[in-house]
Design a protein around this ligand. Structure first.
Ligand code: PGA
Length: 254
């Protein structure tokens, strides 16, 4: 049985005061949510205060990105080791906004996954297709390519230590959600790609769905057999909505 995982991706939102209030509200509402792993991914500069606030609790902290480099003359970068040392547990890798807006290729994402694993972080590998790729029937090939690049870099055994987030790009921040059946089909496809190399890893790896997950659609999505929780953008900025989504994930594991 895979334990569901729900992560909040705050993107470029939050101030020290707003982060403090949001984390406090989440902590106040998650007492009975042991059946789900829960984390928040604030902007980098807010991570230390979130770690301080959540120490000793069941709320984990993640980062939204890390450098593909370990150390050196890379102005503006933050390394996986630094994130780990300040108390992060997770790091998002290859989010579609990083790929589309900041030129992150499959190969860069693969190197980041590798470096995150070496530092002891759990990488959350984000994959997903554009609307054009879906409509032209390329979606499975695209997502398989995104997975394969990481398989080439780290191998199947280390994949057991990843979380995967399937996020169709056309559903991110748009209010359009993949139907449970569309999401389930892609999750099963991803598990199939991994299963061809290791059925055990395919069974163990957690695959989140992301893209306009809201309080009122989370339960149907999480009810699908291959959907193990969600990566939540907009709805993670309101504690009340985020907690409803976490509750839906907890209930789906019964
Ligand atoms: P959204 O974002 O929930 O606002 O669609 C999801 C994501 O980008 O991770």
């Amino acid at each position: 049985m895979r334990k569901p995982i729900v992560l909040g991706n705050w993107k470029l939102n939050g101030t020290p005061a707003a982060s403090d209030a949001l984390v406090a509200s989440i902590l106040a509402g998650m007492a009975s949510l042991d059946a789900v792993d829960i984390g928040v991914c604030p902007p980098c500069v807010l991570i230390p205060q979130a770690v301080h606030q959540t120490t000793g609790t069941h709320l984990a902290v993640g980062a939204q990105n890390c450098s593909e480099f370990v150390t050196g003359a890379y102005t503006g970068e933050v390394s996986a080791d630094m994130l780990r040392e300040v108390g992060c547990r997770y790091v998002l890798v290859g989010h579609s906004e990083r790929r589309a807006l900041f030129g992150e290729t499959n190969e860069i994402a693969a190197r980041k996954v590798h470096i995150a694993l070496k530092s002891g972080l759990t990488p959350v590998l984000c994959v997903g297709e554009t609307l054009e790729e879906r409509e032209s029937g390329q979606m499975n090939t695209v997502v398989e390519g995104q997975i394969q690049a990481v398989l080439n870099e780290v191998g199947i055994e280390l994949f057991a230590r990843l979380v995967i987030a399937y996020e169709p790009i056309w559903a991110i921040g748009t209010g359009l959600t993949a139907t449970p059946a569309q999401a389930q089909a892609m999750h099963a496809m991803i598990r199939g790609v991994l299963g061809a190399q290791s059925p055990a890893v395919a069974r163990a790896v957690r695959i989140q769905y992301g893209g306009s997950v809201k309080a009122d659609n989370a339960a149907q999505l999480f009810a699908e057999p291959d959907i193990d929780g969600g990566l939540i953008g907009g709805a993670s900025l309101k504690a009340e909505d985020f907690l409803v989504i976490c509750r839906a994930a907890a209930d789906s594991s019964r």
